[in-house]
Design a protein around this ligand. Structure first.
Ligand code: COA
Ligand code: AMP
Length: 631
C-alpha cells in the first residue's frame, strides 16, 4: 500500500485501522472496545484492553528467544564509557529495581518522579515504574530546583529517583543537592529518594529519606509485570505552556504502545534488531518515545548518549557513534546539526568515519531551516527527514513515512500528515484555508491512539488550551500552511511558547521571574531568531522610577534569577532596558511587533496600538542595545 492509500484508510476507517495495529502488540486482555469516549466525550482508545509496557519492551522479547540481543548501548564521551546491556540484563535490573520499589511501599497507581542525567538507570527507572503500574514523571536534568518543586507539588510523587551527578561537557553537576533543595521548596514531601551513586566525586548530602539505588537493586527480589488498563497513565510529562505553570501531559499505555510500534515501523522504517539512536534526553518526549519505549517495544537496540554534538570532545562525536555502533536510523534536533556545521563547515570529520550503516537521518523538535538541511544533504548521502510533533502527540504527526513510501523532500516542509492525523489549516473563525494560506494548524478529532489523554488533574485547562478554540478539533498551538500537494509547512508557534535549541520554554514563566526583580516595573520576554539555537529569549524591562541600576548589573541579576529559578537551559542572556512597552489601547503588550522590531523584520503598526511614538523609542533602544549583534 502506498502512503496515500494507507493515509486514506486511516482516516476513513480509524477503528479498523487501529484495531489492526493494536494486534501488532501483545495484550494481557485484548480490547473489545476500540474507540469510545470518556465522561467528557473525549476519545479513548482500547479502553477495556489490558497490557504492560515494560512487558512489551523487555519480557516479551526474552520469551521470544531474543534475550541475548543488545537492548541498550550506553555511550558516554563525558565519562569515556561504552557499555552494552542485553535484554536479559536490562530485564533483571529493571525487575529488581521494581521489586525494591514495591518493598518501599509503592504500588500500582502511585507516582514517581525521575530526575536523572542520560544514563541507562534513567531508562531502568522508567521501565521499573511501568512494570508495577507506577506512573512516572521524568524531569529534565537541566531544570533548577524551583522547576522540580513545581512538578513535585503538581504530581505528588511517593518517591524520586535520582543520581549523584551529571556531567555537562566537563562540568560536574551534583544532582542530589538540587533534589534536596526542591523537596525543601515543595509543599508535598516524597517519602523516599532513591539515589544512584555514580562515584564521580560529587557531594551527596545524606538525608533520612535517602535509599541507595545499588543496595536496593542488589537486595530485592524481581517483581513481575502487573497488568494495567489501556488508559492507565504510563507517564505524566510536563511541558511549557502559555502561563507560568507547566502542563502535565498525561499519556495512556495501550494507545501509546500501539502508536510507538507503528511509528518505529511505518514512519521510521525500522526492522527489529536494527540500531536506533535518538540523540535527545529522557527528560523530553523524544526520550520517552524514541530512546526508551518505541525502540525497545520494536526490539531495536537503542542508544543512550551522554554527550553533546560538539565539545565532547569535538564535532566528530555523532559520526564516531554512528560508525562505532552501526546506527541504522538516527534522530536529532536541527540545532545539533547547526552546531556541528559551525565547528566543521566543510564536513572534514564526516570523511573520517564509515557511515555506511546509516539509512535515515530524522530531524525534529524545532523548525529545520533549509540551509541546515542542505548542508546535511551535501555531506551525508542519506535522506534527512524533517518531521513535526509535540509532547502532546507523543509521536509524529507530520512526516515522510519512510516505512511506507519515501516521498520527495520539499525543504522547509515537515512532510505530509501521518496516518491517523486529519490535519487542517484554519483561520481565526475556524474556516479551512486553501493551499499556501497560512493559519492555525488543527487536527480533527478523534486524534489517533497514543496522543495526550488529559492534563494531569486539570481537565479544564486541557479543554481551554486544546479543544475549545475550534470545537471538534485539536488546536496545536502552531501556525503553518499546506501547499497544493498537501505538504505541510510549520511556520512556528502562534502563542508565547518559544523553542530554544529544541527545548520548549514558556516566555510567560520567564516574565513572572523577571518581574519579581525588585527594580523591574514591567517586562516582556520574547523569542528572537538565533543562528545556532533557532530562537533565544530576550527580556525587555521597564525599570521602576527612581531605580538607577546600571544596565549591566540589572542584566546580570535578571539572568541569574532566571538561571536559579528555571535553570541554565532557559538560555536567557540578553536583557535590555526600554522606556515603555508597546501596548494596545486595552493594555495588552504587542509581542509580535516587538519580535519583528528585534529581528529587524518588516512590520505593520497595529491599528490597536495606544501610542505610535513608542515605535521610534523602541528602535532607538534596540539600536543602543545592538540587538542585531546578539545573533
Ligand atoms: N543538566 C544541566 N545543565 C544543562 C543540561 C542538563 N541536562 N542541559 C543543558 N544544560 C545547560 C548547559 O550546560 C548550558 O549551561 P551554560 O549556560 O552554563 O553554559 C545551558 O543549559 C544551555 O544549554 P544548551 O541549550 O544545551 O546550550 P549549549 O550552548 O550548552 O549547547 C548545543 C548548544 C547546540 C550543543 C545544544 O543546545 C544541543 O545539543 N542542542 C540539541 C538539543 C537537542 O538535542 N534537543 C532535542 C530535543 S528533541
Ligand atoms: P515539544 O513539545 O517540546 O516537542 O515541542 C513541540 C513544538 O516544537 C511544536 O509545537 C513546534 O512548535 C516545534 N516543532 C517540533 N518539531 C518541529 C518541526 N519539525 N518543525 C517545526 N516546528 C517543530
Amino acid at each position: 500500500m502506498n502512503y496515500k492509500e494507507l493515509y486514506n484508510e486511516s482516516i476513513q476507517s480509524p477503528e479498523k485501522f487501529w484495531a489492526d495495529q493494536a494486534n501488532q502488540i501483545e495484550w494481557h486482555k485484548k480490547p473489545s472496545k476500540i474507540l469510545s469516549t470518556d465522561e467528557n466525550n473525549y476519545p479513548l482508545w482500547f479502553a477495556d484492553g489490558e497490557l504492560n509496557a515494560c512487558y512489551l519492551a523487555l519480557d516479551k522479547h526474552i520469551q521470544d528467544g531474543f534475550g541475548e540481543n543488545v537492548a541498550i548501548i550506553y555511550d558516554s564521551p563525558v565519562t569515556q564509557t561504552v557499555k552494552k546491556y542485553t535484554y536479559n540484563e536490562v530485564k533483571t535490573e529493571v525487575a529488581k529495581l521494581a521489586g525494591g520499589m514495591l518493598s518501599l511501599g509503592l504500588k500500582k497507581g502511585n507516582m514517581a518522579v525521575i530526575y536523572m542525567p542520560m544514563i541507562p538507570q534513567a531508562a531502568f527507572a522508567m521501565l521499573a515504574c511501568a512494570r508495577i503500574g507506577v506512573t512516572h514523571s521524568v524531569v529534565f536534568g537541566g531544570f533548577a530546583p524551583h522547576e522540580l518543586a513545581i512538578r513535585i507539588d503538581d504530581c505528588k510523587p511517593k518517591v524520586i529517583l535520582t543520581a549523584s551527578s551529571g556531567i555537562e561537557i566537563d562540568r560536574l553537576i551534583a544532582y542530589k543537592p538540587l533534589v534536596d533543595e526542591a523537596i525543601e521548596l515543595a509543599i508535598h514531601k516524597p517519602k523516599k529518594v532513591i539515589v544512584l551513586n555514580r562515584k564521580l566525586g560529587a557531594r551527596i548530602p545524606f538525608k533520612k529519606y535517602d535509599v541507595d539505588y545499588d543496595a536496593l537493586v542488589y537486595g530485592s527480589e524481581e517483581a513481575s509485570c502487573v497488568s494495567v488498563n489501556a488508559t492507565h497513565p504510563l507517564y505524566v510529562l510536563y511541558t511549557s505552556g502559555t502561563t507560568g505553570k507547566p502542563k502535565g501531559i498525561v499519556r495512556d499505555t495501550g494507545g501509546y504502545a500501539t502508536a510507538l510500534k507503528f511509528s518505529m515501523q511505518y514512519i521510521y522504517g525500522l526492522k527489529p534488531d536494527e540500531v536506533f539512536w535518538a540523540a535527545s534526553d529522557v527528560g523530553w518526549v523524544v526520550g520517552h518515545s524514541f530512546i526508551v519505549y518505541g525502540p525497545l517495544i520494536n526490539r531495536n537496540t537503542t542508544l543512550i548518549f551522554e554527550g553533546k554534538p560538539i565539545r565532547t570532545p569535538d564535532a566528530s562525536t555523532f559520526w564516531r557513534v554512528i560508525a562505532e555502533h552501526n546506527v541504522n536510523v538516527m534522530f536529532t534536533a536541527p540545532t545539533a546539526i547547526r552546531a556541528i556545521k559551525k565547528e566543521d563547515p566543510n564536513g572534514e570529520f564526516i570523511k573520517q568515519y564509515d557511515l555506511s550503516s546509516l539509512r535515515t537521518q530524522l530531524l525534529a523538535g524545532e523548525r529545520c531551516d533549509v540551509a541546515t538541511l542542505e548542508w546535511y544533504q551535501q555531506h551525508i548521502p542519506v535522506p534527512a527527514i524533517d518531521h513535526w510533533w509535540q509532547t502532546e502527540s507523543g509521536w509524529p504527526m507530520i512526516a515522510n513515512m519512510m516505512g511506507v513510501e519515501f516521498l520527495p523532500i520539499k525543504p522547509g516542509s515537515a512532510g505530509k500528515a501521518v496516518t491517523g492525523y486529519n490535519i487542517q489549516i484554519f483561520n481565526e473563525n475556524g474556516e479551512e484555508l486553501g493551499p499556501n494560506d497560512e493559519g492555525y494548524v488543527v487536527i480533527k478529532l478523534p486524534l489517533p491512539p497514543g496522543t495526550m489523554l488529559d492534563l494531569w488533574k486539570d481537565n479544564e485547562r486541557f479543554k481551554a488550551g486544546y479543544l475549545n478554540k475550534f470545537p471538534g478539533y485539536y488546536f496545536s498551538g502552531d501556525g503553518g500552511f499546506k501547499d497544493e500537494e498537501d505538504y505541510i509547512f510549520i511556520t512556528g508557534r502562534v502563542d508565547d511558547v518559544i523553542n530554544v535549541a529544541g527545548h520548549r520554554l514558556s516566555t510567560a514563566e520567564m516574565e513572572e521571574i523577571v518581574s519579581s526583580h525588585h527594580s523591574v516595573a514591567e517586562c516582556a520576554v520574547i523569542g528572537i531568531n538565533d543562528e545556532l539555537k533557532g530562537q533565544i529569549p530576550l527580556a525587555l524591562v521597564v525599570t521602576k522610577s527612581g531605580e538607577n541600576l546600571e544596565h549591566f548589573q540589572l542584566q546580570h541579576e535578571v539572568v541569574q534569577l532566571v538561571r536559579e529559578q528555571i535553570g541554565a537551559v532557559a538560555s536567557l542572556r540578553d536583557v535590555i532596558i526600554v522606556q515603555r512597552l508597546p501596548k494596545t489601547r486595552s493594555g495588552k503588550i504587542l509581542r509580535k511587533l516587538l519580535r519583528s522590531i528585534a529581528d529587524g523584520e518588516n512590520y505593520q503598526i497595529p491599528s490597536t496600538i495606544d501610542d505610535e511614538a513608542i515605535i521610534d523609542e523602541l528602535n532607538h533602544d534596540f539600536t543602543i542595545a545592538k540587538i542585531g549583534s546578539f545573533k
